[in-house]
Design a protein around this ligand. Structure first.
Ligand SMILES: [Zn+2]
Length: 465
């Protein structure tokens, strides 16, 4: 899939890892053979020369199946109550204030820093759910270009999901002023999508899918029309939508259509293996059965869902029955795949009053099971198999070396303070070695300048309101 990224080093034909996790087992001194296309050609045991193997724990790079990079700026600005009742809907007002101020260079600077952090957090591929469409007075597709540039600079694989957004609520309610930077009519959206197809053809650095913001923001008939227009296009790898994140969305959908959100999509024949349903927090058991039957993917974003007070889905039975699940960083309050897996299990423990909720009889180690499920589910959610994509955590990432190998991942996920990947290989090229990225100084300084300026702008805007 996504080919040569500017941030990546020279192509490797083989890399030897001291400890490589493969399908729930640790291989010692495993040499990964890499073909000319950056895919894994084979894995074999070897006896490397002293110092030739990459030390530490190496696991497959995870797909971040749901990301809004611009929201990276918001985390610190939304941690004091907006009023006597603070929830998802009040958080959204802060997000609108930021979205309305961003210019193209701001978006690129924030995204590059975000993607660099996501690489350190064990992700090698991002699905960018891009509903922020208009940046200041600049022309259309600036936002898409800014995201693609940031991905190229960092070396992150990118699946761009241009996102249709038209209304403020069910029944075609007109957009509110804060939503105007997101809005496009259907004709313009399809023209823009086809232009992106010309800029990012198959096999290039950027893969394409399509997203519908939500059933609140896009009428179900329009979703059907746009889906029909794009589903035969080989460039369109996947279809994503936010669904059932909040109880108010479920009751609004029931009121308008007589069905909850997932059931409504299913009733229109819209669920298929290409679909990824983001959150599904308040989907019923019957709806999750419909998702599983369609072989669609549920994308959970555990740290964002915790930060926004969304709720905690009943997801373990869905997984036991063979349902597909991916993880995403969503608002980027968390930037680590390890943190998402830990939060996923811990939220379930709090809600169910049990431990090791995701454990099953033949796969008792929760961290290993969640890594296996989310690795496969992430690739499914973006319709791409990935390549020679590996991340390595070294001895600074916790006390895993003191444990039996069966507990290495459990130690890394549940017993380590903020582990960060030190080596990242994407498509057989080094994107990061020894904890450093070739662009990190420039990326860091642009991010700092951008955040400082935006914070002053937003604070002075609030004082004048
Ligand atoms: Zn989202």
């Amino acid at each position: 899939m996504t080919g040569m990224q500017a941030g990546a080093g020279t192509a490797q034909s083989a890399v030897t890892y001291a400890n490589l996790w493969q399908d729930g087992r640790w291989l010692r001194n495993a040499t990964v053979q890499i073909d000319a296309g950056g895919k894994v050609a084979g894995v074999s045991a070897s006896t490397p020369a002293a110092g030739a193997a990459i030390p530490g724990l190496t696991v497959p790079g995870i797909v971040n199946a749901h990301c809004h990079a611009f929201q990276r700026a918001l985390g610190a600005w939304t941690q004091r109550a907006a009023g006597s009742h603070d929830d998802f809907w009040s958080w959204r007002e802060a997000m609108y204030a930021l979205a309305g101020r961003l210019q193209r260079d701001d978006l690129e600077a924030i995204t590059a820093r975000c993607y660099l952090e996501l690489l350190r957090g064990g992700y090698t591929s991002v699905a960018e759910f891009l509903y922020l469409h208009r940046l200041g007075d600049r022309r259309a597709l600036d936002a898409d270009e800014a995201i693609a540039l940031a991905a190229r600079r960092t070396g992150m694989r990118l699946t761009l999901l241009p996102t249709l957004y038209q209304h403020s609520d069910f029944g075609g309610a007109p957009p509110r002023p804060g939503q105007l930077p997101f809005v496009r009519d259907t004709t313009q959206f399809l023209e823009d999508w086809r232009e992106l197809g010309r800029r990012y053809p198959a096999g290039g650095a950027v893969a394409l899918g399509v997203a519908f913001h939500s059933l609140r923001a896009v009428d179900i008939d329009t979703i059907g029309r746009v889906h029909a227009a794009l589903q035969g296009d080989a460039l369109c790898r996947c279809v994503h939508i936010h669904v059932a994140e909040q109880p108010a969305e479920v009751t609004g959908c029931q009121r308008q259509h007589g069905l909850p959100p997932v059931a409504l999509l299913a009733s229109r024949g819209l669920l298929s293996p290409k679909w990824a349903l983001v959150h599904a927090t308040h989907a019923s058991e019957a709806e999750l059965t419909q998702v599983r039957a369609a072989q669609a993917t549920v994308v959970l974003c555990p740290t964002t869902e915790a930060d926004l007070g969304d709720g905690c889905p009943v997801i373990a039975p869905f997984l036991e029955a063979g349902g597909r699940m991916a993880i995403g960083s969503d608002s980027n309050i968390g930037r680590s795949s390890i943190d998402e897996l830990r939060q996923l299990e811990w939220s379930q423990r709090l809600a169910r009053g049990r431990r090791n909720v995701f454990s099953v009889a033949n796969e008792p180690a929760v961290a290993d099971r969640l890594l296996r499920i989310t690795h496969a589910g992430g690739q499914h959610a973006i319709g791409a198999a990935g390549g020679a994509d590996f991340v390595t955590y070294d001895a600074q990432a916790g006390d895993w070396e003191l444990q039996a190998s069966a507990d290495y991942l459990g130690s890394l996920v549940f017993d380590s303070a903020a582990p960060r990947a030190r080596a990242v290989l994407i498509g057989g090229r080094w994107v990061m070695r020894d904890g450093t990225h070739p662009e990190e100084v420039e990326i860091e300084s642009r991010y700092r300048e951008t955040i400082g300026r935006l914070r002053r702008d937003i604070q002075s805007g609030q004082q004048h309101e």
